[in-house]
Write a protein that binds this ligand. Structure first.
Ligand code: PXL
Length: 277
């Protein structure tokens, strides 16, 4: 098996099953050497908790980058998630330019918003900085809310295919050619992922569960990145990642005390089976 090396840059939310505590195990399970660069350390994620700690690691990032450059450490892929500040977003652009192997795939999940709202602590200036980073990515993985904050389009809860095409065109006008738009749902029973690679657009549709969990965007993005590095197409990577995410949510249903995250560990054997198909 081809053995690839990925760098993932996002925070460590010590408790809460999101960002690096999800990305590292999932990417490792995909059979990919996973290098981490923590952007911040929080006691919990910011969704549904109050009073969490937040240690910004911005000062360490350029030093870690410089050491890796000195050691000749570089990557087949770089995947970014939640970043702590605008300053860090600019640092990541520099990391793209200095630590990439030839043909390095740069995947940006602009993890900053959901359900029409930015996450705690973020504003439009942050969203604008994320839009700048997305221009440097080979593939971006926004949900509809994030796409709206990056394009200035109105967020809608109910929409049709025409609206989704407008969102895709607006992202493209902002320099994003390969887009995996998540959480695209036209009715109450189904949801799915729109995969637009260059001029080709596909829709992978699957059932919608009544309740979601926090961190599912990170589960999807990690499984997508892992599948892509295992040689799957963008469409197949999105299909594998969507099915796996659905399984994780299913395995967490009925446990009201676990709404802070999804029990993603329980479905790792299923993910590995899907990758080996
Ligand atoms: O899952 C996205 C995410 C990652 N990291 C932190 C978050 C969130 C979403 O709220 O708060 C710290």
């Amino acid at each position: 098996m081809d053995y690839k090396r990925i760098l993932t840059i996002q925070d460590i939310s010590c408790f809460g099953q999101c960002s690096l505590t999800v990305a590292l195990p999932i990417l490792s399970a995909c059979g990919v050497e996973t290098v981490i660069l923590p952007s911040a350390v929080l006691s919990t994620h910011t969704g549904g908790f109050t009073g969490f700690t937040f240690r910004d690691l911005s000062d360490d990032i350029p030093k870690i980058q410089a050491h890796w450059q000195k050691e000749g450490i570089d990557f087949d892929a770089i995947y970014t998630g939640y970043l702590g500040s605008e300053k860090q977003i600019d640092m990541v652009t520099d990391i793209f330019n200095t630590l990439s192997r030839p043909n390095c795939i740069k995947i940006v999940d602009p993890a900053m918003a959901d359900n029409g709202k930015l996450y705690y602590g973020f504003d439009q200036a942050y969203a604008d900085a994320m839009t700048r980073l997305c221009k440097h990515a080979d593939i971006v993985l926004p949900n509809i809310t994030e796409a709206c904050f990056m394009t200035g389009l109105e967020y809608k809860e109910k929409y049709d295919e025409e609206y989704v095409n407008t969102v895709l065109s607006a992202l493209e006008a902002n320099g994003m050619t390969n887009i995996v738009l998540t959480g695209v749902s036209y009715d109450n029973e189904t949801t799915g992922v729109v995969i637009k690679i260059g001029d080709k657009t596909d829709y992978y549709i699957h059932k919608k569960l009544p309740v979601g969990s926090h961190g599912t965007g990170d589960i999807f993005a990690s499984a997508f990145s892992g599948a892509l590095l295992r040689g799957k197409s963008e469409y197949d990577s999105a299909r594998v990642a969507a099915n796996y995410t659905l399984r994780c949510i299913e395995n967490s249903q009925g446990d009201e005390s676990h709404r802070y995250g999804a029990k993603f560990e329980t479905a790792i054997p299923y993910l590995i089976e899907e990758l080996n198909q």
